[in-house]
Design a protein around this ligand. Sequence first.
Ligand code: SF4
Ligand code: SF4
Length: 164
Amino acid sequence: MSYFGDITNATKTLLTGMKITGKYFFVNLFTRKDVITQQYPDNKDKLVMFDRFKGEVVMYHDENNHHRCDACTMCELACPNGSIEIIWDKKIDEETGKAKKELVNHIYHLEMCTMCGLCIEACPSDAIMWGQGYHHTTKDRSNLTKSLNKPGSSLIPGYKKPKK
Ligand code: SF4
Ligand code: SF4
């Protein structure tokens, strides 16, 4: 093949290969119609993680700021990394008149958590679950130590632990 024939052939092959890419590049440059690539962190405000995403362990609270944690410490015992510490106190139960455990602080060390899920599986009350928070970067390690029970929250009144 001639010299110029080679150049023509190479250009033709290149354009054929770049046809689809070129179409998406030029069309989407102006219309932004078929763009599927998400640019993090520009999309941080509207980014929703998928349902099965394991971002961090969180505690369920209802609209009255009640949770289901009775400080049984099963999650603390199940955690292989010591990422959970349950601080509890004893309080007299008005119904029975007997002393009963009460959660003071459910401490979660996210910086040590490997997201294995053993704590969630161990909880007989489904009091803790996976949360979808993903933006955990911080310059201060202590920000990764969290209290899972919200300030002022308490156990659902009359809550009975399910038998598992
Ligand atoms: S997910 Fe695993 S490592 Fe993290 S707190 Fe629970 S048991 Fe511990
Ligand atoms: S979160 Fe669940 S397993 Fe952990 S102390 Fe509370 S009730 Fe028990």
